[in-house]
Design a protein around this ligand. Structure first.
Ligand code: SAM
Length: 192
């Protein structure tokens, strides 16, 4: 059963006040590589029982379309999405999920991150690094949630981002108190 049965009208006439930097789609090969970083953890979660992965702002689906298919494991697995331009506002999302993986809208990043922490036990975001570390309040918010499991750093231009700051795939986990692995993004997959 989809969690969406009682959520979102799918109204494509939705007219949100979006900023240009909120609409930057992730190149599909970068999204696929980022999903691959977390696939072993996703597989373990599936094998341990129920797993729901949410892209809370799927845009044209670079992440959502490429979430792995675990149907072979024969256990309950859901992939879900929101996208405000299609009438599904993430701020109205009512359920808990196991993972969020996405590239979020930047102009509302603090509120978006707060909502991610409210609903998900693992949050993996592709974001300009500065978005997370430029505010002590935000760093405290991350530490109160748990902590940062890993950061893989990549030049923004490789992600097609229209700014010069380095970006990173950052995995935050509820209740996490281990070390943070910081490494450079491995060689990127070929562009499709
Ligand atoms: C930076 S784009 C990334 C899109 C997609 N995740 C990707 O990686 O290609 C951010 C997306 O967030 C969507 N968005 C902005 N505010 C939203 C909200 N409140 N709920 C759901 N989606 C939202 C935008 O329409 C846009 O598609």
């Amino acid at each position: 059963m989809s969690l969406h049965e009682n959520f979102g009208s799918g109204n494509t006439d939705a007219n949100p006040d979006l900023k240009p930097n909120d609409m930057v789609p992730t190149p599909r090969h970068i999204a696929r590589q980022m999903i691959d970083f977390f696939t072993p953890a996703l597989r373990t979660a599936v094998l341990n029982g129920k797993l729901t992965v949410l892209d809370p702002c799927r845009g044209t689906g670079a992440f959502y379309d490429q979430f792995p298919d675990f149907t072979l494991y024969g256990v309950h697995y859901n992939k879900e999405w929101c996208e405000i331009t299609e009438g599904r506002d993430f701020f109205d999302w009512p359920y808990k999920v196991d993972w969020i993986i996405t590239n979020p809208p930047y102009s509302i990043f603090p509120q978006f991150l707060e909502k991610c922490f409210e609903v998900a036990d693992n949050v993996a975001l592709l974001i300009p690094l500065a978005k997370l570390v430029s505010s002590l309040k935000r760093i405290n918010m991350v530490m109160d949630y748990g902590g940062i499991v890993s950061m893989r750093i990549i030049g923004a231009s490789k992600c097609g981002f229209p700014f010069g700051f380095p970006a990173a795939a950052i995995h935050m986990k509820r209740g996490y108190d281990g070390n943070t692995a910081i490494e450079m993004w491995p060689p990127t997959y070929e562009e499709e």
